[in-house]
Design a protein around this ligand. Structure first.
Ligand code: DPP
Ligand code: ZN
Length: 875
């Protein structure tokens, strides 16, 4: 397939400053008339053909300057329209009529129907499935959109921008016209038409303008949009206060649809959401769902400035808007909730999703230099590592210079399509600092590693840290350059407080951060009389892996005393991981798992420590997942041994802490009205973690009781998971699963939880169970949420099921990938990513996984999306 390269970027010879579209909507035969104002750039030669992108289009008519185009004036295929002899004038109009069948569109790109609602998804290259266009983000146009539909079928007609007019067309048809005054790239175009209910509110901006807000949902679901509306208003205020960004249109609309490839989409003034990230109430949504809704509502809203007002020059710059906007939504959530808890959760996500990507065959720089299919680059690297890089810019510059750089960026580039270089230049100018070496974080893939050892001389009061950086090779770059790594640290004294020192040399050390720029630094601190315990990468200041030569007693000390709550969690998490790795090795050697007493007693101490907030205690008590342990082990992975080791650790902790845990679990029972606030959610999280331990130590009864007594989904779903995962064969589990299904049979989003909990039951038998569940009436291969809840969960979160030693898990997922690929390549490619760690497996599984991948690769007809993923994974 064709490879797109960053270095091949060329500005277009033509611009399309204005565009008028008319949609006449029917499910089988929608007619789209697009009237493009085309402008040739002054420096382009007049004869330059105009080549417009298409994707599977049917051209019905073409006019140039209002007259039918002569047959020899153009060449049309489903995938392109070439105006071979464009008019000599600098400006001309093209009128393009295309015919679409939204009802047949199961790829969910372009214009499609979701539960009877017409909706669009155009990022990255979906607009070309609607009309022929210069479908690239550096073509900015002002849109005027007229929608015509049968009133009965679609009383609601929405597009970007502000409403202009609407009216009746007779014979049951009506129309509405929308105008978006802000020039935007085609990927931000959106249209919605259907029969939906509105939840309305208003927001008064900092400068006193009133914005009409609406969230559209299916009838009867209005109350479940209340939390999303609240989150939206908080996000709008926060962006004014923290970034000085005000909303710019008279209306802001959000529509929830049930068939959606992504989480949500930031179309200008008309965000379209996967309903999973809008709908919530205590009976149907967990605290995690509430937190995700808050974050994603904010994320899409924040795109209005970072993405829409300032957009990307080309798709290589995707992180310009995504990494930055993730950083902004992380900061928002940290301000709304608990900062350390949020930070730990972010790092767990980064390690679970981005580290394996960065350390495997699909590794790519935050700003890639090449792609075959851009859809495959909406990755954890672009998003989460992209956010970490912005966070590091703030660490390197300091809060004030960072804000000054952001202000300059908004000022200078408003209305433009720009690059990472443009972005970085703003921070260099605002701070006077040179970010040339730092910029490697955008250009070089791979997780940097730091190896650290320390020595202390009590007599001279010298403490020396020897630090060496290395970046492992990745497919994108075999040889790596040295990075600028900001490493936050503390020297923890015997009393648990941070020690001061007189001087530091060997690296730039400023405000508790060591700036590593060379391969090796020997950082020498003077005036350090007592031996400090070094706490490194505090707050996870850099997305690196770390090995510190440190006695185990130092880690235990940090786990009890580090003043940086992130690092305190990290110390304990490392102890758990090391214990699980050791136990897995013993189990593989035919021995029983064994654990140190001082580790087993710590969880009860933490659970009872009321100086720590409940949400933090819950995270501290959460054991690293099986895949976290596997990643730390690196190679020759046996998922069964890891699962057995982790189970043994959980049981040992549960037995040791049983009395304390039971007491706290009972005391945390909440009475009265449910509130989704962070503090209440934290108490529920702690209660649920304790339940997991208590069940491991004492059996299913307590979980069964919690399941029955629960008056909210957080406690109900957690109890169900404990039952299903720890006691899959028990009568209590069977009863709970049946009760859950009966209660939520008509609510697909909630039933997704039921699919997931069963797909993630550890062990051999689950693959057959998942197969059987595919026949459940609520399951559908064409709905991405269903596919992810059942198949995606199995492939990504069921280590012992997916990696069944005989390869049956791999074969099942490969077959399903192909079944999905027939109608939705994007979702299929995403599913296939679950194979990416295949080389780290023990030889038997490795070979089975390879065969399954090869079976996909061997298909004659594969989408670009899937072929790209499979070939890179096998390479
Ligand atoms: N909708 C996706 C996001 O917001 C892509 N822009 O990240
Ligand atoms: Zn985004």
């Amino acid at each position: 397939g064709q490879v797109f390269r960053l270095e091949d970027y060329r500005a277009s010879d033509y611009r399309i400053p204005e565009l008028e579209m008319t949609f006449r909507l029917t499910a089988e035969e929608t007619r789209v008339t697009a009237r493009l104002q085309v402008e040739r750039r002054a420096d382009a030669t007049p004869q330059t053909p105009l080549l417009l992108d298409g994707d599977g289009l049917v051209l019905e008519a073409l006019e140039i300057d209002g007259a039918p185009a002569a047959p020899d004036a153009y060449e049309a295929t489903p995938d392109s329209l070439k105006i071979t002899r464009p008019p000599q004038r600098e400006r001309f109009t093209l009128t393009i009529v295309t015919r679409l069948a939204p009802a047949d569109n199961k790829a969910l790109m372009g214009l499609y129907l979701s539960n009877g609602v017409y909706c669009t998804q155009c990022e990255a290259e979906g607009f070309r499935r609607i009309t022929y266009f210069l479908d690239r983000p550096d073509i900015l146009s002002v849109y005027r959109v007229r929608i015509e539909a049968r009133r009965e079928e679609a009383p609601l007609l929405l597009s970007n921008g502000n409403p202009v007019e609407s009216g009746d067309l007779g014979e049951g048809w009506h129309y509405a016209v929308w105008h978006d005054p802000f020039p935007k790239p085609s990927y931000l175009f959106a249209l919605v038409a259907g029969d939906l209910s509105a939840v309305r509110d208003r927001f008064v901006t900092a400068s006193g303008r009133t914005v009409a807000l609406a969230i559209y949902v299916e009838h009867g679901k209005e109350e479940r949009a209340a939390y999303a509306m609240d989150a939206l208003k908080r996000a709008m205020r926060w962006d004014e206060e923290r970034f000085g960004r005000e909303y710019d249109l008279n209306v802001f609309n959000i529509v929830a649809v049930s068939d959606f490839n992504m989480g949500a989409m930031e179309n200008k003034g008309l965000n379209i959401f996967n309903d999973k990230y809008v709908l919530a109430d205590p009976d149907t949504a967990t605290d995690t769902d509430f937190a995700n809704i808050e974050a994603i509502i904010a994320h899409e809203y924040f795109h209005n400035w970072t993405g829409n007002r300032i957009t990307c020059r080309d798709w290589f710059q995707l992180c310009l808007k995504e990494g930055l906007t993730v950083f902004r939504d992380h900061e928002f959530s940290a301000d709304q909730r608990s900062r350390p808890v949020k930070r730990i959760a972010e790092v767990r996500t980064l390690r679970a999703h981005q580290f394996p990507e960065d350390q495997g065959p699909l590794a790519h720089p935050v700003r890639p230099r090449r792609y075959r299919e851009i859809n495959n680059f909406y990755t954890a690297t672009v998003y989460e590592k992209g956010s970490e890089v912005v966070r590091m810019i703030r660490t390197v510059l300091g809060e004030d210079a960072f804000r000054a750089g952001m202000d300059l960026y908004f000022d200078r580039h408003d209305g433009q399509a720009v690059t990472i270089e443009d972005f970085l230049a703003c921070f260099e100018e605002a701070s006077g600092k040179d970010l040339a070496q730092f910029a490697l974080w955008y250009h070089q893939a791979g997780t940097p590693h730091l190896a650290v050892s320390t020595r202390h001389d009590a007599e001279s009061g010298e403490f020396v840290m020897d630090i060496e950086q290395s970046v492992p090779p990745t497919p994108s770059e075999a040889r790596k350059r040295l990075m600028h790594i900001p490493l936050a640290f503390g020297l923890v004294g015997p009393d648990g407080r941070d020690m001061t020192y007189q001087s530091a040399e060997g690296a730039e050390v400023e405000d508790g951060v060591i700036h590593l720029r060379k391969r090796r630094h020997s950082v020498r601190f003077t005036g350090v009389r007592a031996r400090p315990v070094v706490s490194l990468n505090r707050g996870f200041s850099a997305p690196v892996t770390l090995s510190v030569e440190q006695p185990r007693s130092d880690r235990l000390f940090l786990a009890r005393h580090d003043s940086d709550l992130f690092s305190r969690w990290e110390a304990l998490n490392t102890l758990f991981t090391e214990a699980a790795i050791e136990a897995a090795a013993r189990i593989r050697g035919g021995k029983a798992a064994e654990f140190e007493a001082d580790l087993l007693s710590m969880p009860a101490e933490i659970a009872a420590d009321e100086s720590l907030e409940a949400a933090y205690r819950a995270l501290a008590l959460t054991l690293p997942g099986e895949s976290d342990v596997a990643r730390e082990m690196g190679t020759n992975i046996d998922p069964d041994a890891i699962a057995a080791a982790r189970d043994a650790l959980r049981t040992a902790i549960g037995r040791q802490g049983q009395a304390t845990f039971a007491e706290i679990h009972a005391a945390l029972q909440q009475h009265g009205r449910f509130s989704p606030d962070a503090e209440s959610a934290g108490r529920r999280a702690l209660r649920n973690v304790l339940l997991d331990y208590l069940a491991a130590a004492g059996g299913p009864e307590l979980a069964a009781r919690q399941f029955q007594a629960a008056d909210n989904m957080t406690e109900r779903a957690a109890a169900l998971a404990v039952l299903a995962h720890q006691f899959p064969e028990s009568e209590q589990t069977r009863a709970a699963l049946a009760a859950f299904e009966a209660r939520y049979r008509d609510n697909p989003l909630v039933l997704d939880k039921w699919f997931t909990v069963q797909a993630t039951v550890p062990g051999q038998g689950t693959v057959d169970r998942v197969r059987a569940l595919m026949a459940h009436p609520a399951f559908s291969l064409t709905n991405p949420n269903r596919v992810r809840a059942l198949i995606g969960a199995f492939a990504s979160f069921n280590q012992t099921g997916f990696h069944r030693a005989d390869g049956e898990g791999y074969r099942f997922v490969a077959d399903t990938v192909l079944a999905v690929e027939a109608h939705n390549p994007q979702v299929a490619a995403r599913l296939a990513v679950s194979f990416r760690a295949w080389r780290s497996l023990e030889p038997g599984r490795r070979e089975e996984a390879r065969k399954a991948l090869a079976a996909i690769a061997g298909q004659k007809q594969l989408s670009r999306d899937l072929r790209d993923i499979v070939e890179r994974t096998l390479a």
